[in-house]
Write a protein that binds this ligand. Structure first.
Ligand SMILES: *[C@@H]1O[C@H](CO)[C@@H](O)[C@H](O)[C@H]1NC(C)=O
Ligand SMILES: *[C@@H]1O[C@H](CO)[C@@H](O)[C@H](O)[C@H]1NC(C)=O
Ligand SMILES: *[C@@H]1O[C@H](CO)[C@@H](O)[C@H](O)[C@H]1NC(C)=O
Ligand SMILES: *[C@@H]1O[C@H](CO)[C@@H](O)[C@H](O)[C@H]1NC(C)=O
Ligand SMILES: *[C@@H]1O[C@H](CO)[C@@H](O)[C@H](O)[C@H]1NC(C)=O
Ligand SMILES: *[C@@H]1O[C@H](CO)[C@@H](O)[C@H](O)[C@H]1NC(C)=O
Ligand SMILES: *[C@@H]1O[C@H](CO)[C@@H](O)[C@H](O)[C@H]1NC(C)=O
Ligand SMILES: *[C@@H]1O[C@H](CO)[C@@H](O)[C@H](O)[C@H]1NC(C)=O
Ligand SMILES: *[C@@H]1O[C@H](CO)[C@@H](O)[C@H](O)[C@H]1NC(C)=O
Ligand SMILES: *[C@@H]1O[C@H](CO)[C@@H](O)[C@H](O)[C@H]1NC(C)=O
Ligand SMILES: *[C@@H]1O[C@H](CO)[C@@H](O)[C@H](O)[C@H]1NC(C)=O
Length: 517
C-alpha cells in the first residue's frame, strides 16, 4: 500500500487509538478513492476495496461466511465485487471501539463511526448494525454480533439520557478516543445546552430517537434476550424519549395566542437555509395538538420546512409500538405503565398521520405528504435518507396499500421535485447535496420495496455501473457524470446495499444469477 495514503485523518486516528493500530494501515477515506486490484472481471473493472485483514476493526466469521456464500450465488462479476466490498464495510472500518463501561464491567459499549466522520450518529449506528441483522442470534460472548448490538444500545442510552435532542455524539470517555472537532458546530447555541465532550452535533431529529427503538427491537426480536433490557438504563432511556417527544407535540402558540416557550432551539450561523432554523431558531409555525411529533431536522440533517415530518412519525410510532412488547416483560415497577403509554402514543400518531398527512391529488388519488404544519401547508417531495416516504413499508405500512403505491409512483417520477434523472443514475436525491445528485441509497430502497423483477433489474444495473469503478456505494452520484460523486466512505449505504442483496437472495434468488453488464 502506498505510504502517501497516510494523511491527516489517519494520523489522528492512529495517535488516539489503542495499541493495536498498525501504523501501516491505510486511511479508508483515501483508500476508498483509489483503485486496487485484483479487479473484477466485469465490464466495470471494479476494485477490491476491503482493507487488509489486520486493519479491519472487527471480525465475525458469520459475516465472512456470508460474503463467501453470497458471492457464490452472484453470477455477475461486478455485482459480486460490489457486494463483497460493501457488506462487511461497517465491521471492516467503523467499529471504532468496543469495550465496557467504567462503572459496570458487564455493560458493553460500542462506538460506531459513520465512516469518514469520527463520530457516532444514532441513526447511522442503528442502520450500520441492521445490515447484519439476519445473522444476529443470542450470544453472551463479547466477541459477537449480539455484543456489538448490546454495546450500541447501551451507548445510545447514555447519549440520549444526557442530551436527548442530538443526532451525533463523541466517543465515550472509556474508549480513550479523542473527541472529534466539529468546526461547523463550534459556535452553535443550543437549548437545552450540550457539551462538546459528549455531543458532536445537536440537531433534533425525531428519527434519531426512533433509531434507538429500532435497534432495541431488532436485538430483542432476534435474541429474545429480555433480561438485557432489565439490566442497564434502557427503561430510563425510553422514559427520557417519551418526555422529550411529548413536549414536542406542542405547537407554536397556546390556545390564547400566546407564543409558547419551545423545548428546543438551535442557532447556527450558516449561509444555507437547510443549515439554519428560521423564526429565531424555532422553525416555521406548527399547529399544536395534532398528535404528530415535531422534528426540527430531517434524516439528511437538513432542517425541516414544516416540522410535522411524516416519515419520522411513521418510523417512531412503529418502533415505539414494537418496543412496548419489550417494556411489558420487564421487572421495573414503571414498566407496565410505560408499555401502555407507548401503545397509546403509537396509535395516536398513526391516526394523526391519517388525519393530517393524506393529500388528495388528481382524480381519486391520495398520497402521503412529506411534511405538514397542521395548518394546511404541506410539502410534496421525498428525500433519499431513511426514513423517507419511499421506505414507509419498513415502518409497518403495507407495500400494496393504494396510498403507498400512489405515493411511490409520484416520488419515482419527475413530479417529485427531488427525483434526479440522467444517463448515470436515476433516483431520489435531496437538498443535502443539492440538485442533480441521485442517491444510491434511494435506489436500494426502491429495490427493497419492489416485487417487480424488471424494476429491480433496472436498479441493479444502475448501481453496478455508477460507482466510478471504485466498487463502493457512494452517498450521491451526479446523474450526468459518473466521476462526480460524494463521500468515499459512507458505511451505512454500503451496509444497506449488502442487506438488499441478502433480501434478494431470500426473495428472488434467480435475480442474483443474471447479468447486469
Ligand atoms: C502491519 O502492517 C504491515 C503491512 O501490511 C504488515 O506487514 C505487518 O505485519 C503488520 N504488523 C502487525 C504488528 O500487525
Ligand atoms: C482496471 O482498472 C485498473 C486501474 O484503473 C487499470 O490499471 C486496468 O488496466 C483496468 N483493467 C481493465 C481490463 O480495464
Ligand atoms: C481480524 O483478523 C485478522 C486476521 O484474520 C487479524 O490480524 C486482526 O487483528 C483481527 N482484527 C480484530 C479487530 O480482531
Ligand atoms: C453508571 O453510570 C450511569 C450514568 O451515569 C448510571 O445511570 C448507572 O446507574 C451507573 N451504573 C452503576 C452500576 O453504577
Ligand atoms: C470544545 O469547546 C471548547 C471551548 O470552545 C474548545 O476549546 C474545544 O476545542 C472544543 N472541543 C472539541 C472536541 O471540539
Ligand atoms: C446566535 O449564535 C451566534 C453565535 O453563533 C451569536 O452570536 C448570536 O448572538 C446568537 N443569536 C441569538 C439571537 O441568540
Ligand atoms: C448545561 O449547562 C449547565 C451549567 O453550565 C451544566 O451544569 C450542565 O452540565 C450542562 N448540561 C449539559 C448536558 O452539558
Ligand atoms: C420477531 O419478528 C417476527 C416477524 O415480525 C415475529 O413473528 C416474532 O413474533 C417476533 N419475535 C419476537 C420475540 O418479538
Ligand atoms: C418538557 O417541558 C417541561 C416544561 O417546559 C420541562 O420542564 C421539561 O424539562 C421538558 N422535558 C424534556 C425532556 O425536555
Ligand atoms: C372516483 O371514485 C368514484 C367512486 O369510487 C368513482 O365513481 C369515480 O369514477 C372515480 N373517479 C376517477 C377520476 O377515478
Ligand atoms: C465530471 O466530474 C469530474 C469530477 O468532479 C470532473 O473532473 C469532470 O470535469 C466532470 N466532467 C464533466 C464533463 O463535467
Amino acid at each position: 500500500m502506498n505510504p502517501s495514503t497516510l494523511t491527516g485523518l489517519f494520523l489522528f486516528l492512529a495517535a488516539t487509538a489503542s495499541a493495536q493500530v498498525n501504523y501501516t494501515c491505510p486511511n479508508p477515506a483515501v483508500y476508498f478513492t483509489e483503485y486496487h486490484g485484483p479487479f473484477s472481471a466485469g465490464r466495470f473493472n471494479l476494485s477490491y476495496q476491503r482493507p487488509p485483514a489486520h486493519c479491519r476493526t472487527f471480525n465475525l466469521s458469520d459475516v465472512e461466511d456470508t460474503v463467501t456464500r453470497v458471492k457464490g450465488q452472484i453470477s455477475d462479476p461486478d455485482l459480486s465485487r460490489l457486494f463483497e466490498n460493501a457488506f462487511p464495510n461497517t465491521l471492516d472500518t467503523a467499529i471504532r471501539w468496543h469495550g465496557f463501561a467504567a462503572n459496570n464491567s458487564e455493560e458493553e459499549l460500542t462506538f460506531v463511526i459513520t465512516g469518514d466522520i469520527n463520530a457516532m450518529w444514532l441513526r447511522d449506528s442503528s442502520n450500520q448494525l441492521q445490515s447484519y441483522l439476519s445473522l444476529l442470534k443470542a450470544d453472551t460472548s463479547s466477541h459477537s454480533l449480539a455484543s456489538l448490538y448490546r454495546g450500541v444500545i447501551n451507548l445510545q442510552s447514555r447519549y440520549i439520557n444526557t442530551s436527548p435532542h442530538c443526532n451525533s455524539y463523541q466517543p465515550p470517555a472509556e474508549s480513550g478516543v479523542e473527541p472529534a472537532v466539529n468546526s461547523f458546530a463550534a459556535t452553535d447555541v443550543v437549548t437545552p445546552n450540550v457539551t462538546n465532550t459528549t455531543v458532536f452535533e445537536c440537531k433534533y431529529e425525531l428519527d434519531s430517537l426512533a433509531a434507538f427503538l429500532e435497534v432495541s427491537y431488532n436485538y430483542y426480536n432476534a435474541t429474545e434476550d429480555l433480561d438485557f433490557f432489565n439490566r442497564y438504563q434502557w427503561v430510563d432511556t425510553v422514559q427520557t424519549i417519551l418526555n422529550t417527544v411529548v413536549n414536542l407535540t406542542a405547537g407554536t402558540y397556546g390556545p390564547d395566542g400566546r407564543v409558547l416557550d419551545q423545548p428546543y432551539t438551535w442557532n447556527r450561523t450558516a449561509n444555507s437555509a437547510t443549515e439554519s432554523v428560521s423564526n429565531l431558531f424555532r422553525g416555521n409555525p406548527v399547529l399544536g395538538g395534532t398528535g404528530l411529533i415535531r422534528s426540527y431536522f430531517r434524516p439528511s440533517d437538513d432542517s425541516c420546512t414544516y416540522q410535522l415530518f411524516i416519515p419520522a412519525n411513521m418510523m417512531f410510532s412503529h418502533f415505539l409500538g414494537l418496543c412496548a412488547d419489550i417494556m411489558q416483560g420487564l421487572k421495573s415497577p414503571s414498566a407496565s405503565g410505560l408499555a401502555s403509554t407507548m401503545r397509546s402514543l403509537e396509535s395516536g400518531i398513526r391516526a394523526a398521520i391519517d388525519a393530517h398527512a393524506l393529500l388528495h391529488v388528481s382524480g381519486n388519488t391520495t398520497i402521503y405528504a412529506y411534511e405538514v404544519d397542521g395548518y394546511g401547508s404541506f410539502n410534496i417531495m421525498d428525500d433519499a435518507n431513511i426514513p423517507s416516504l419511499l421506505s414507509a413499508p419498513f415502518f409497518g405500512y403495507d407495500v400494496d396499500d393504494p396510498t403507498y403505491q400512489a405515493t411511490r409512483q409520484l416520488l419515482l417520477s419527475s413530479s417529485n421535485s427531488y427525483y434526479m434523472r440522467g444517463p448515470v443514475l436515476n433516483a431520489i436525491g435531496g437538498p443535502h447535496v443539492s440538485f442533480g445528485y441521485a442517491w444510491p441509497m434511494a435506489s436500494i430502497v426502491r429495490i427493497l420495496t419492489s416485487s417487480d423483477d424488471d424494476e429491480i433489474r433496472g436498479e441493479l444495473r444502475q448501481l453496478v455501473s455508477s460507482t466510478d469503478g471504485l466498487g463502493m456505494i457512494h452517498e450521491s452520484v451526479n446523474s450526468w457524470n459518473v466521476s462526480d460523486w460524494t463521500r468515499p466512505w459512507f458505511s451505512w449505504a454500503n451496509g444497506l446495499f449488502g442487506q438488499m442483496i441478502l433480501d434478494l437472495e431470500d426473495r428472488k434468488p434467480y435475480l442474483l444469477s443474471e447479468s447486469y453488464q
